[in-house]
Design a protein around this ligand. Structure first.
Ligand SMILES: [Zn+2]
Length: 64
């Protein structure tokens, strides 16, 4: 499954297309804080899970 290792400092030139928090939206902020915490402990599956949730939330709440 995970045969290739993710480099720790990826994204210097190629940032992954991560959804961002909409200013003033506490739901976005909540998901982003959890994503940040997950990334800081190296939990990549939780990071991508948060990205999925944030995209869904954007589609439902922010129409984007
Ligand atoms: Zn939001």
């Amino acid at each position: 499954m995970a045969s290739t290792q993710q480099p720790q400092g990826y994204g210097l030139t190629e940032l992954p297309p991560e959804p961002r928090a909409v200013p003033g939206c506490s739901a976005c902020l909540d998901i982003c804080v959890r994503r940040k915490n997950s990334r800081s402990r190296g939990d990549h599956s939780a990071v991508s899970d948060a990205n999925v949730k944030l995209r869904q939330h954007h589609a439902e709440a922010h129409n984007s």
